[in-house]
Design a protein around this ligand. Sequence first.
Ligand code: NAD
Length: 383
Amino acid sequence: MFLGILKETAPGETRVALLPESLKSLLAQGISITVESGAGLAAGASDAEYCEAGASVSADRASILANADLLPLVNAPSAADQVQLKPHAVVIGFLKPLDAPHTLTPAIDRPVTLFSMELVPRISRAQSMDALSSMATVAGYKAVIAAADRLPRLFPMLMTAAGTIPPARVFVIGAGVAGLQAIATARRLGAVVEAYDVRAAAGEQVRSLGAKFLDVDLGGISAEGGGGYAAELTEEALDRGRDLITRTSAHSDVIVTTAQVPGRPAPRLIRRAAVEAMRPGSVLVDLAAPAGGNCELTQPGVTQTLGGVTLLAPLNLPAEVPVDASRLYARNILNFLALIVKKGQLSLDLTDEVLAGACVAHQGLPVNARVAKLLGALATPPG
Ligand code: NAD
């Protein structure tokens, strides 16, 4: 069996799906691995290191596409790559199956089996494959570092012979995986941190990190969706959060906002008035930018300065920390591969809850019911 590792082609992408350190267990099963020359360079892995680890390196991308039985990727393959895939190959990656299902049609028709890391069920057994959490962890950290870099102030309180400098005040909106990492990072840098989440359950985690949890009375509305996620709120409930956010913005030097509701556009929580209330020099990092953004002034992918406030709306922060983002992602991929490769052979049990959940398409037909609906097709039951 052949496994290919390609150089990612999406603009600004620096991560790689597998690092040299990831290859041992695969090679031990007799799998041949070919790496496209330069695939790991931006993530700190040279061609020579892949060779030393036991892989072959080739500049012939077309040949890797045509021969790979297994193709772990970071991003979905381009249409040009999809039509070159080996029929019945297995492709795994952040395929954006719910955002852009039509872009996967050439691969579905080839046919290849597609597994999407976004769709891996968030159950205990699949935690080691939870690439969304891995990348959210990196993004939460990097958002705070990016804000600290831009802020014309120090984060920690400093007591010096020249007097005392007060600590920066950081406000984190959405205390999920990215938000909690942002809180922890801002606390490590010495900031005073406040956080708001619509899920009351997040309060304890926020407080355990030494931050203050801001509560909003939602008038009895349940904000808990399934699986630890938030539910979509009514405009009235959202407004209560917006009021709190506007009040808190006025004394915050940095806002990191991460609020999301799965499968929905990001809730618009930060009004123009909240940004206008921030002091000049303050920084707002909108980590929900890929889903449209939490701030009504956000332009995804664009950095703006509005009345002296810097508004960052990064679309791929993990790509700015490619070494560790790739290291975490590669471990998620390896753990996923362990479910579908047994003794060097492909073994696809689509009745397995994790595989059934993550499978986008198999044998030319969509497997995931939501993808099938978006494509106007009938889903094939897994198995
Ligand atoms: P996410 O990216 O979907 O959302 C980020 C945060 O935004 C969430 O905490 C959510 O409550 C919050 N949010 C949504 N709407 C909001 C609003 N209107 N106002 C304020 N906050 C709002 O979520 P995530 O970070 O991927 O995960 C959220 C939770 O899911 C985690 O904290 C955890 O409990 C659970 N989880 C479980 C697993 C697992 O079991 N394997 C893995 C990851 C996460």
